[in-house]
Design a protein around this ligand. Structure first.
Ligand code: SF4
Ligand code: SF3
Length: 551
């Protein structure tokens, strides 16, 4: 075994990647990512003590969230960049420990090796990195609950970073994150206490998604129903991928009147729904589909690509686009230029990528037409009367929440088949890149309500929860589970983990999860989720539709 990672849906053989990552993460990167989480845990021992005494440090906040975000699947493959974060983090931990000491805050570090371990060389860091990963916890149930918490925190921190970039994040989110990172190192906690921590992570996930929703709505206006062009223009383009709306805003501002068009890719598609982003006429359209098709789609795009977050797929050796990709934020890949924000202002200088685009040919068309989206909670609630009438008249029998992630596994064809096979009196509520499995199908509408309502990015699953809560109120129901809504969620990486934990916290039961259940759920932990929440794996399309329609 040269590595051990089981954090995403692609974990090798449904168990773990032990030789190299199916995602392309090699053992060195896997180990240094484990080390970065270990350093975040060490800093959190101090940050938790400081937080409880009212001592706050913005550098520490940022480090811990960035460490969690950096280690999300497909976000950062740059070994050197991650090792630098590790070294900087160890220095920050010791500086912050001094600051606390000077302020009279005592910290009991005796139970936490991560708070005291000091390497004397960088080689020692590499050696230590091999033993601080997932398998450092021997008991498989404790390991499962600890990792479930950490993966939830990773998703939460990713969304939290976007909210932070827009100036929206509440202090208690940091306080919870630090405490949770201490608790996952605490050998005295029982399985019940760790289970409670998992659910508390879901509660904080709801809060962060609500904050991000507010940040996006306040900053860019409320999402509107919008038709998005999926064809191409004649001018060179920049393709922007990932989830960070502040990045696309800055890119749009800086590229206005440059002769270059901006195209969204995968999870950046929902940028088109926001009034203050769609006002830019050079925000041309959306190019391609979900993240996993990028090897082909980037080739034909011709222009440079900017990754603001996950999901990066390592380019093939024969790739002709590898020298055109840039990263920013917590994302990274060895050899791709990384654009840093000005530490004072948060501004990013995208001039290099804009100049690069000017020298490129226009994108090659891979499809034509339009897709429609922008059905976030505000917009759908405006349609509430129409929706309620359609339910009361029987025109809509059921809603299917099919939020989450897409991925390259063949079994994911299930989701396209499922969408196609659903009875015509059903509506799909979607968010996240999972939508690309069915958002271009001719599924029609029900009395003017499209049968696929796209709320936005994976974090906009929050919108779907708000819509469900609103419908519960309108129908005068006691329990969210009495609504005619079924949940058939596709997951891939850790953002989907926090979405799932958030839905559980909101009381949603009987979620079907696929295409496979997480490898990091031990049989006992999986049983807890099955027994308490009715979580179930997907089956066949026909059997699942029958089950859902008769529930
Ligand atoms: Fe494997 Fe997923 Fe981990 Fe990558 S992130 S190494 S595919 S489990
Ligand atoms: Fe997709 Fe990576 Fe998860 Fe934001 S972009 S949902 S997989």
């Amino acid at each position: 075994m040269s590595m051990f990672c089981y954090q995403c849906q692609e974990a090798s053989k449904g168990m773990a990647c032990e030789i190299t990552g199916v995602c392309g993460k090699n053992p060195e990167v896997a180990a240094i990512q484990d080390m970065l989480i270990y350093v975040a845990k060490g800093i959190s021992v101090f940050a938790d003590a400081g937080f409880k005494k009212g001592v706050r440090n913005a550098e520490v906040d940022h480090f811990v969230f960035d460490a969690l975000f950096t280690t999300i699947t497909n976000a950062n493959f740059d070994y050197e960049a991650i090792r630098k974060k590790v070294i900087d983090g160890l220095d920050l931990r010791d500086r912050f420990a001094k600051e606390l000491e000077n302020k009279g805050v005592s910290v009991d570090v005796s139970a936490y090796e991560s708070a005291t371990w000091k390497p004397v060389s960088t080689d020692e860091i590499d050696q230590k990195a091999l033993v601080v990963g997932v398998l450092a916890t021997e008991n498989e149930d404790v390991r499962s609950l600890r990792e479930l918490t950490i993966y939830g925190l990773k998703g939460m921190a990713a969304y939290g970073m976007h909210a932070l970039h827009l100036g929206y994040l509440e202090e208690d989110i940091f306080g919870f994150t630090f405490r949770a990172l201490v608790d996952v190192q605490n050998d005295t906690l029982s399985a019940d206490e760790l289970t409670a921590l998992v659910l508390e992570t879901g509660k904080n996930g709801v809060q962060v998604m609500a904050l991000l929703d507010k940040a996006h709505n306040d900053t860019y206006g409320k999402p509107e129903i919008t038709k998005v062009n999926i064809g191409v223009g004649t001018r060179p383009g920049i393709l922007i991928s990932g989830h960070d709306l502040k990045d696309i805003e800055q890119l749009l501002e800086q590229s206005e009147n440059s002769g270059v068009d901006i195209y969204t890719h995968s999870e950046m598609l929902p940028a088109h729904y926001y009034p203050k982003l769609k006002k830019y006429t050079h925000l041309y359209g959306n190019y391609g589909s979900a993240w996993w098709k990028q090897n082909e789609e980037f080739e034909s795009f011709n222009g440079p690509v900017l990754f603001t977050t996950n999901c990066i797929v390592p380019p093939r050796k024969s790739s002709k686009y590898a020298d055109k990709v840039y990263t920013t934020g917590s994302s990274g890949f060895t050899g791709f230029p990384h654009i840093e924000a000005d530490p004072e202002t948060g501004t990013k200088d995208f001039s290099a990528i804009i100049e690069h685009a000017k020298k490129c040919a226009a994108p090659i068309s891979i499809e034509e037409g339009e897709i429609v989206g922008g059905f976030a909670h505000n917009q759908v609630i405006q349609l509430a009367d129409k929706v309620v009438d359609a339910v009361k008249s029987g025109a809509i029998k059921k809603f299917f929440v099919m939020a989450g992630c897409d991925g390259r596994n063949k079994e994911r064809a299930y989701y396209t088949d499922f969408a196609n096979a659903l009875p015509k009196d059903t509506v799909i509520l979607t968010a996240g890149c999972a939508k690309y499995r069915y958002n271009k199908l001719p599924l029609g509408d029900i009395g003017g309500i499209p049968r696929v309502l796209d709320a936005g990015q994976c974090n906009d699953s929050y919108s779907l929860a708000i819509i469900a809560l609103k419908l519960k109120e309108v129908f005068g129901l006691e329990d969210i589970n009495d609504l005619p809504i079924a949940y058939n969620i596709a997951w891939y990486e850790q953002k989907a983990v926090i979405v799932l934990l958030a839905l559980l916290y909101l009381g949603v039961k009987d979620i079907h999860l696929g295409p496979t259940l997480p490898a990091f759920l031990s049989p006992n932990v999986a049983n807890v989720l099955v027994n308490n929440f009715g979580i179930a794996p997907i089956g066949t399309v026909d059997a699942d539709i029958e089950l859902f329609m008769n529930a």
